[in-house]
Write a protein that binds this ligand. Structure first.
Ligand code: MN
Length: 503
């Protein structure tokens, strides 16, 4: 349920009428060639559309208004091929509601040492044209991504792609609906937050439903639908002996399949893209819907446990950002530590709800007792995760504003097999090391719930936070605790002042 095919990024070029029609025709030809070539190479996740060479205040404003109202336009890339006096851009930029990337490139990579003359100099002015344009955006305090280098350079294309992925997720959030089955886990602080502020800032709305509404949907699933679904599950997973046909817990599998189908139809009918559950509110459900959550996350839904709607929305955004890339994205919780000097690592898991998109092998489908929740033994998918680079992200409400915390990590193998652990799990070493990472995370107020991804990188998330206009904190190889604590103090002041009455 992630559909990005219609998304497009508009590419526009700034200039002026000083140079004559021949030069403008050349500018148009070069800009159009960049767009066609990048689309042809398939290096970008989103189709680029060349719009026009903008040379007047009216044309710039008109284009920005069109971008605002176009449902498929997720952002604009601007390039100053020549010099474009930037006062012409003020009115348009002031009205533009879509994300901006400023590509600071030039058509030619090299200076043509032998042939360069004043005609060439007139045509290729991005080195100073881009600075004039940059000034006005900075003067307007307008967040945007600036990418510098030749447009055919792979590193440049990767940076543009990262921004496109962030813009995809941002576009997806606008008007998104998040469903909550029940409220937050009682007395938990970090899963709370200001839902009105979230809608103002992020564009998604969060609505609560009684679990009875979900139960009604589950009970309306027919036996025939369950039967057909079981055939699909049997094909997709390795079933434990207790839940195969005739097994002692076969009925638990049937009930889990029914819950999955009921939950899916509830979410589809309401047009939801993310949801939360809580084990404290399960009246009428026979088991904690862990398996259903795992399956729906794998299909693209965002999820947060214990009513954690901020993480549910974040997981959805990360799934959109990583769409089509290798790796996967899951709801995650820092569960327990291995604190052996020289081999410290985190074991991440949850009661049940880890997304099989990050599974290394075909997951095993099992039923085990669950002490929490007081329900029937629930079904769950159990698996390990392939080693490689990963990322943990946490979005918290600091009271009046939101903060995003990012911590890259390296997923590693368990020191030994875990034969008695009946849940999906992942082991990682956070950057720069576990004690520094956890100390910084705790100072920053990072949650125990995260969006965990092996497809989304820190650059995409940084671009996303910049588009949203919220604080981003990196805990990575460069983190020093003393500097980090000061960053927190300075940021508090900056966001207090910059937000004023409009956090
Ligand atoms: Mn939890």
């Amino acid at each position: 349920m992630i559909h990005m095919e219609k998304n497009e990024v508009w590419f526009i070029t700034g200039s002026q009428h000083l140079y004559g029609e021949a030069t403008l025709a050349e500018v148009r030809k070069n800009a159009s060639a960049i767009v066609s070539e990048l689309n042809r190479q398939g290096a970008m996740p989103v189709m680029m559309v060349f719009k026009e060479v903008l040379t007047t205040r009216a044309a710039i404003t008109n284009l920005m208004l069109k971008a605002n109202s176009n449902k498929n336009c997720i952002g604009i890339i601007t390039w100053m091929h020549t010099f474009s006096p930037a006062k012409m851009w003020i009115n348009g930029i002031k009205q533009l509601k879509k994300p901006i990337l400023h590509l600071h490139t030039q058509f030619n990579r090299d200076i043509p040492w032998e042939s360069i003359d004043m005609d060439f100099m007139n045509l290729n002015q991005s080195a100073h044209g881009g600075r004039e344009y940059g000034f006005i955006l900075s003067r307007m305090r307008r967040d945007r991504k600036v990418v510098v280098g030749h447009w055919q350079d792979e590193a440049v294309q990767a940076r543009i792609s990262a921004w496109m992925r962030a813009a995809m997720a941002w576009h997806d959030w606008q008007g998104m609906r998040v469903a909550r089955f029940g409220d937050n886990m009682r007395e938990v602080a970090v899963t709370e937050g200001d839902k009105v502020q979230a809608e103002l800032k992020f564009g998604y709305s969060v609505s609560g439903y009684g679990v009875g509404d979900l139960v009604a949907s589950v009970n309306s699933v027919s036996d025939q639908q369950v039967k057909e679904h079981l055939a699909l599950l049997e094909k997709s997973f390795d079933l434990a002996p207790a839940i195969v046909q005739g097994g002692t817990h076969r009925s638990n599998l049937e009930e889990a399949a029914r819950i999955e189908l009921g939950m899916q139809s509830f979410l589809e009918e309401g047009g939801f893209k993310a949801f939360t559950t809580t084990f404290e509110d399960l009246h009428g459900l026979k088991q904690l819907p862990g398996h259903a959550v795992q399956r729906l996350m794998a299909a693209g839904y965002g999820f947060g446990a214990e009513g954690d709607w901020k993480t549910a929305a974040l997981v959805r955004a990360m799934k959109v950002m990583g769409h089509g890339l290798p790796g996967g994205t899951s709801f995650m919780e820092d569960y327990t530590y291995h604190l052996k000097p020289g081999g410290m690592k985190v074991l991440g898991a949850h009661m049940l709800e880890i997304c099989p998109s990050i599974a290394r092998d075909k997951p095993s489908m099992e039923v085990h007792e669950l002490g929490i929740g007081g329900k029937d033994d629930p079904l769950r998918l159990v698996f390990d995760v392939e080693k490689g680079p990963g990322l943990n992200a946490s979005l918290v409400d600091m009271g009046g504003r939101f903060r995003l915390i990012l911590n890259p990590c390296e997923v590693v193998e368990a020191d030994r097999p875990l034969p008695n652990l009946p849940v999906a799990r992942v082991l990682w070493v956070p950057e720069p090391d576990l004690p520094t990472a956890a100390e910084a995370w705790i100072h920053a107020g990072g949650a125990h719930h995260t969006g965990f991804s092996m497809s989304v990188n820190a650059e995409m998330m940084e671009d996303f936070a910049d588009i949203a206009g919220i604080e981003t904190l990196f805990i990575d190889k460069d983190t020093k605790i003393r500097t980090f604590k000061n960053e927190l103090r300075w940021n508090d002041l900056y966001y207090h002042l910059s937000g004023g009455l409009n956090h």
